[in-house]
Design a protein around this ligand. Structure first.
Ligand SMILES: [Zn+2]
Length: 116
């Protein structure tokens, strides 16, 4: 995955981010010329940041439908589905059944894992 505009994790600067060799695992490292810190950008799925993902999941847990979440957050429908699918693999114990039913209706998950 290419990262055309890495952001400095320390000062959040987007300018003057220069390539600075590679990590032992082969990831591109960068150095921020604004504050001098060195870092390795972490690729983010579909280019959305954690805050948006968290908002999407929060809305989902409130029972908001996938289409509505997509519209509210201006996020690609499929991206929201992917996040929720990932989340559905790690369902909290106290997740209401109604939320699962909504997920099934939306086609996010193909079955309710609690419905035996
Ligand atoms: Zn910086």
């Amino acid at each position: 995955m290419s990262l055309e505009h890495p952001t400095c994790p320390a000062c959040h600067g987007r300018e003057c981010q220069i390539k600075d060799g590679y990590t032992p695992s082969g990831s591109q490292r960068y150095r921020c010329k604004l504050c001098g810190c060195r870092y390795t950008p972490v690729p983010k799925p579909h280019g959305y940041d954690d805050e948006i993902r968290l908002q999407a999941l929060t809305l989902f847990l409130e029972g908001v439908s996938l289409r509505t979440i997509s519209r509210i957050l201006a996020v690609n429908h499929q991206s929201v589905a992917n996040w929720v699918n990932h989340f559905a693999g790690n369902l909290p114990e106290d997740l209401p059944d109604s939320v699962l039913e909504t997920a099934v209706l939306d086609g996010l998950i193909t079955f309710n894992p609690r419905r035996k």
